[in-house]
Design a protein around this ligand. Structure first.
Ligand SMILES: *Cc1c(COP(=O)(O)O)cnc(C)c1O
Length: 399
């Protein structure tokens, strides 16, 4: 192999940058989550060159955040999905009297997690990883309090928790207030998946203050941390259990060392410290100013798109509950004349010189400005013009 053929890191890095896309959907894991601030990067460097006791770091970080936001306890996780598995595992552990027995996962398999039927999200299957089975209650379009009582009474002692997805305002579902009241009247804890419900800032503590037992957030969405980070807020007893069976603990028995269910959800010292830095940043954001900037950008995009072709109209709308969350961020809604299929346009945009990611709902195309920079706007307009007016073979299109 001669020098020229040898792969060099600089080429790889260049290649990676050439893979960049324009993200008009939002803080999506499949597009890289988000970009983090300099403070977040700096905080990783700050902890990178030291070794420390990771259990202590994890507990210290959790206590810092809990004090900072005024909740009982918190823990940095490897994401909201990890938090779902760890939270359920912690509840099984607590049920077993706080002993991580050999058969803890078998015990978990005998338990059920109840979920309202309309909360049929792609994240539900995580429940099975921790052991329990999923039991739905209610109908697809309406969930009554009676249906929730019935699933609990039909399965005495087997409902480990209620998993609640904070997708307000989802029509027909039982609101969290009712879920908490009913669950707690039977002594059953409630886990709230609020992964993408920020902003507003106050939602960081709102679900917990309502009485939820565990609340989960993604670190890699609006909190502004790494894509593989998250925050779990909860009652102290539960968070302590999470630390016990989490990724950073192990147990020495007569038969040797044993790790726990949390191990595949490991967080590094850099993840823990940078998530604290991200949360600190998030708490300092001027939300009104941030939202004004987003609205201004949405207005500009809508105006420029409307200028492409008189048959195409674009306007700024507030999204319905079923759009990529959070739904308090306005979107650019693009409507096409008869004969132009939004999905086809969206598909073509992803084949543009710099791929542009948008999403479609009911034959309209949407752009979420949340992750866009001003420089992306002319490229979106160029891409959209191409998508509409050119054949695929033309320059600017990749096949
Ligand atoms: C993003 C998301 C998750 C997964 O969160 P990670 O932090 O990526 O693990 C879970 N639930 C909902 C509702 C989400 O939006």
């Amino acid at each position: 192999m001669n020098d020229q053929e040898e792969p060099i890191l600089a080429d790889f890095l260049k290649l990676v940058r050439s893979m960049r896309v324009i993200n008009g959907i939002g803080t999506m894991t499949f597009l890289g989550g988000n970009r983090v601030s300099d403070e977040v990067i700096e905080s990783m460097k700050y902890v990178n060159d030291i070794f420390l006791n990771m259990q202590d770091l994890s507990r210290t970080a959790g206590e810092y955040i809990a004090r900072r936001i005024g909740v009982d306890a918190a823990c940095i996780t490897a994401g909201a999905a990890s938090g779902t598995v760890l939270g359920i595992a912690a509840l099984i552990y607590l049920r077993g009297g706080g002993k991580y027995t050999r058969d803890i996962l078998e015990q978990g398999r005998k338990m059920l997690i109840a979920v309202q039927k309309p909360h049929r999200t792609e994240f539900r299957d995580l429940i099975y990883i921790a052991g329990p089975e999923l039991r739905e209650f209610g109908d697809t379009d309406i969930v009554t309090e009676e249906s929730m009582r019935k699933v609990i009474e039909d399965n005495p002692g087997r409902i480990l928790a209620i998993m609640h997805y904070a997708f307000e305002p989802m029509p027909g579902t039982l609101p969290l207030e009712s879920v908490l009241r009913i669950a707690h009247s039977y002594g059953i804890p409630v886990i709230v998946d609020a992964a993408a419900e920020l902003p507003p800032k106050e939602s960081l503590t709102r679900y917990y203050k309502m009485g939820s037992d565990i609340v989960l957030f993604s670190g890699g969405k609006m909190l502004g941390g790494l894509s593989n980070s998250g925050l779990m807020i909860g009652r102290k007893e539960i968070i302590d259990a999470v630390h016990e069976i989490g990724p950073l603990n192990e147990e020495n028995t007569d038969e040797g060392t044993r790790i726990f269910i949390g191990r595949p959800m490991k967080v590094s010292k850099e993840t823990i410290v940078s998530t604290v830095a991200a949360i600190e940043n998030f708490l300092r954001i001027d939300e009104d100013a941030w939202l004004s900037r987003i609205i201004k950008m949405a207005d500009t995009i809508a105006e420029m798109i409307s200028g492409i072709d008189p048959d195409i109209s674009a306007r700024v709308v507030m999204p319905q509950w079923n759009h990529p969350r959070p739904v308090n961020i306005p979107r650019v809604q693009v409507s096409f004349p008869q004969g132009i299929v939004a999905k086809e346009v969206s598909f073509r945009l992803r084949k543009f010189r710099i791929p542009i990611y948008t999403y479609c709902m009911e034959d309209k195309l949407y752009i979420n400005p949340q992750c866009l920079e001003d420089d992306d706007i002319p490229l979106i307009i160029e891409g959209l013009s191409h998508a509409l007016h050119s054949e695929k073979e033309e320059t600017g299109w990749r096949n």
